[in-house]
Design a protein around this ligand. Sequence first.
Ligand code: SF4
Ligand code: SF4
Length: 167
Amino acid sequence: MSGFLKIAIRNLLKGPVTDPYPFGKTFIPEKLRGKLKVDASICTACGTCQEVCPSGAIYIKKENDVYVHTTWYNTCCFCGNCEFFCPTGAIKLTNDFHTANTKEEKFKFVTIAAISEKECPVCGNKFVPATLPLIEKSYPHINDEIKNLMKLCPECRKKAAFERLYQ
Ligand code: SF4
Ligand code: SF4
């Protein structure tokens, strides 16, 4: 039997060795850098990700009481800077690589997160609260006094902490 025939029979018996993608599943490495996701519940709209993004892919705009956090896949180079520098862990790269798009879809290829402002219980000013669950995770022994302070706007928090220090 010729070498060619042997290979042809072996391949026929073994079946395809490549993934049937896009008609079936394929292997996606866990650490592949793909689309970003933003967890609005822990994002403080601090703007760090926008500052450190080398390709200008992140834009945060305030609309009334809401910060709109937009990420454009067309310009993102998946460097991971935003994830690395985010102080709360709100922005993460996923391994979803489906970023190809038509020219017409260009401006639809975004991830949008809305971060709402809250009213300070003391002065009534609007602000984006600190992410208490994250603080509790890092410092599980903080007491109720500190937890209540974290619910105030930065100005009232400073004032209350100062008064507490010198009372
Ligand atoms: S995703 Fe992170 S770095 Fe970006 S605005 Fe939100 S908290 Fe700040
Ligand atoms: S991964 Fe890099 S390029 Fe993409 S949004 Fe984050 S900082 Fe910008």
